[in-house]
Design a binder for this molecule. Structure first.
Ligand SMILES: [Zn+2]
Length: 448
């Protein structure tokens, strides 16, 4: 588990590297950004903002897709290929069109049912993949190898043009210009772009593009009142930050330095180079860039989070603590920052700090029950102070999220035996046993 944790901040939850180099990336700042740029579009689509989940996939190809009813998956390659927030909003409006129309991505032969993926099983799958069980994780998603290999069947032309029209309505209702949508589609069609980044153009394959389609869209957008509305300045600046951070985190360091040369001091550039240095094993350079970031915004919780992450992962646990405490104090509602602080406190092994870690991690799970790493850290705390039933319950939560039904069953049973009958934790252990039991039965039936 430890080496997975090492990649926190932009936490890699899933890394099915051998098969397809796909991973689910989680980052508090990026997830908040996705929610904020799409909120008006989601409402315009008649959907409930809290029910739509945006999932960032670490994959260099340009793609976005929906599945599981309400999940929008966005490849890191798509964000890196976008030049402004308006382009991204154009893509999201289109994907929401697929959701609103109830289109499910159709899968190739041999794939399981893809329509009923809850967030829980999704994150569970991510964690299972992180733990090395790539295929098991994909199986939990019900997606089979199709997703791992990116072998989606394309939507029909008819579905696509109807979805385009729906996306245009959402953009219009949200007062967002369609210029970004057109620019992005043209970029995908254009040859010059492929010369710059020779990635597979997955998006064009799953969403067949044609000049007719783009021209039809253009005709609709141009008539809209929002056509000449510029992109929201604050969202555009957050887009640049998130893109820089992502570039530093997923791209080859040489490519990062090309995009953001030394001496450029935008927030995006500092983020990008801090991560690039950190990933290449140069903690001093990484910390120097992070210090410049922090100086530019001393109260920014995400700058502090990055600084704390680099310190922690470079083995400077003591130094990371005051930085992460400040980050958590400035973003008390961000479970991933709380989990990072909890992780640093647990890593210190100082008994006083263990006591400090417990409420921090409990708060983190109360905000986000679906992060197996938080449960893992909380389990360590319980275990160290001899609370075996709660350590077992935390392990049951973690295994359940990771899609390990037998592990969840075993630990929930252990927890149940040691907890006061009828207590909230006792009932929770019961629930996990029930769900794990169903999953085990299902696996047995499949084997027959
Ligand atoms: Zn489409």
């Amino acid at each position: 588990m430890r080496h997975v944790l090492a990649l926190f901040g932009l936490l890699v939850l899933a890394a099915a590297r051998p098969a397809a180099a796909q991973s689910i990336l989680r980052d508090a700042e990026t997830e908040a950004f996705f929610r904020d740029i799409s909120r008006d579009l989601v409402v315009a689509a008649g959907l409930e903002p809290r029910s739509i989940q945006f999932i960032l996939i670490g994959d260099a190809s340009i793609n976005a897709f929906v599945t599981g009813g309400q999940n929008v998956f966005i490849h890191s390659g798509l964000i890196l290929a976008a030049d402004n927030v308006n382009e991204l909003q154009g893509v999201i409006a289109h994907e929401l069109g697929h959701i609103a129309a109830g289109h499910n991505v159709r899968f190739g032969e041999g794939a399981g049912p893809a329509s009923k993926i809850s967030l829980l099983s999704l994150i569970g799958a991510a964690a299972a993949i992180a733990a090395g069980a790539g295929e098991a994780g994909m199986a939990i998603l019900g997606l089979g190898q199709t997703v791992a290999q990116g072998r989606f069947l394309a939507f029909t032309r008819d579905q696509e043009s109807r979805t385009d029209q729906a996306g245009a309505v959402f953009l219009s209702k949200a007062g967002i210009s369609g210029q970004g949508s057109i620019a992005f589609f043209r970029k995908l069609q254009g040859q010059e772009y492929r010369l710059a980044i020779p990635q597979d153009n997955e998006y064009a394959r799953t969403h067949p593009l044609s000049s007719t389609r783009v021209n039809n869209l253009l005709a609709v957008y141009e008539r809209d009142a929002a056509w000449n509305t510029p992109a929201d300045k604050a969202l555009q600046s957050r887009f640049e930050r998130v893109k820089g951070k992502l570039s530093g985190y997923v791209e080859e360091p040489g490519r990062v330095m090309q995009r953001y040369p030394a001496g450029t001091n935008s927030t995006a550039a500092l983020y990008a180079r801090a991560y690039a240095w950190h990933r290449s094993g140069y903690p001093d350079q990484a910390l120097a860039e992070a210090a410049r970031l922090a100086a530019s915004g001393p109260d920014d919780p995400f700058f502090l989070e990055l600084q704390g992450q680099i310190l922690l992962e470079s083995g400077k646990v003591e130094d990371s603590l005051p930085v992460l405490r400040r980050a958590a104090a400035r973003a008390p509602g961000e479970p991933m920052i709380l989990t990072l602080l909890g992780h640093a406190l647990v890593s210190s092994e100082d008994p006083k700090l263990q006591a400090e870690a417990e409420p921090v991690l409990r708060k983190a799970v109360s905000l986000d029950r679906d992060n197996p790493f938080t449960w893992y850290q909380l389990g360590v705390i319980y275990d160290r102070r001899g609370d075996k039933p709660r350590a077992a319950l935390a392990a049951a939560e973690r295994f359940s999220l990771e899609g390990n039904a037998p592990g969840a069953m075993l630990n929930a049973r252990l927890a149940r035996a040691g907890l006061p009958a009828g207590s909230a934790d006792f009932i929770r252990a019961d629930d996990i046993m029930l769900v794990a039991g169903d999953a085990i039965d299902l696996q047995k039936r499949k084997k027959r």
